[in-house]
Ligand binder design. Sequence first.
Ligand code: COA
Length: 197
Amino acid sequence: MYSIPRYPVDLIDVLAVGSARVTVRPTLPQDIELQRVFFRGLSPRARNNRFLTPMSELPATLVESFANIDYSRHLALLAEVFEDGREHMIGEARYVVDTCDPAVCEFAVAVADNWQGLGLGGFLLARLEEQAAKGSVNRMTAETLTVNRAMQRLAHRAGYSVLASAADPTHTRLEKSLTNQVTAVDPPLSTRSESAT
Ligand SMILES: CC(C)(COP(=O)(O)OP(=O)(O)OC[C@H]1O[C@@H](n2cnc3c(N)ncnc32)[C@H](O)[C@@H]1OP(=O)(O)O)[C@@H](O)C(=O)NCCC(=O)NCCS
């Protein structure tokens, strides 16, 4: 039987980022076009860092997976601003719980190039952790490119171990235990006023 997961309205936030109001909310299946435009708009470097491989368009398999989230085993948050009455997606963060080990999930974050460095990535990651910890997850993991200093810095600041991969020196593993964690989600630094336009 087909079932529609309950939309987690408690995960909706409105934040001050620089001088802008940013809405963070769980994605909906109909957000796919918004997500396509967002990923297309990322710089090739950011896209490469996000997917660990050069990619110009979201492949059909990812589109299908992005449209089929259940907000528990697969949670995706998007950040958006409204300009001229239209939504513009400026960030996303998601985790997917490991099908073999429900105590572990893999996450990824991406922020539009001209919105980076304002605290949004850190906020989205903390929100994911908070939600993951409420479910079965007690370990957050991610694979990142070793050259991706921004992600490693964000992860290190958020309490992750940054581990070299023995098998592939171009990849680095990020891991954090959520056991006994008290997650406090601070709003992005609105005082960093070099705001994106
Ligand atoms: C990694 C990423 C998500 C960080 O998002 P963000 O919104 O810039 O993160 P924050 O503003 O919370 O900053 C996190 C840290 O990274 C630093 N940082 C941000 N952009 C940086 C850059 N281009 N180079 C070096 N450090 C950078 C910030 O200074 C901050 O460190 P600090 O608190 O010690 O000063 C963002 O750079 C991004 O989307 N990159 C492309 C996709 C990607 O790499 N995804 C990771 C896949 S797991």
